[in-house]
Design a protein around this ligand. Sequence first.
Ligand code: C2G
Length: 132
Amino acid sequence: MKKVITYGTFDLLHHGHINILKRAKEMGDYLVVAVSTDEFNRLKNKKSYYSYEERKMILEAIRYVDEVIPENSWEQKIQDIQEYDIDIFVMGNDWEGKFDFLKDYCEVVYLPRTVGVSTTKIKSELSNVKNG
Ligand code: C2G
């Protein structure tokens, strides 16, 4: 069984997230998603609308996702890859090159981001609507 892992906040789930989860799953048989905890989001200078528990529940409902684990730190990836017996690490190409050190442990794949959508864009457009 070929196991794939990807990491992210996945707040205000949108089709860009679904696209990468779909493509990640298509690269293997089992997809683990490490979703950033609220505490780790603070380290990433991100404040998500949905809590960790809510984002975990949403991800677990997605057909491409087989398992959701917490992402608590930048440093856990090697341990995760070993603990979950991961064959492929997948991220959007906004992270191109940032995780090449993982090539000693598994295949590393950066996939093109979905153009035109982001959680930040959704938030700003909604706040403009609200403000009229
Ligand atoms: N993504 C995408 N297309 C978009 C938006 C996001 O392909 N239009 C991808 C990102 O490249 C990432 C995943 O969706 O691979 C999750 O995006 P975020 O929730 O923004 O995750 P991020 O904050 O980049 O966290 O340790 C890694 C970090 O936790 C990554």
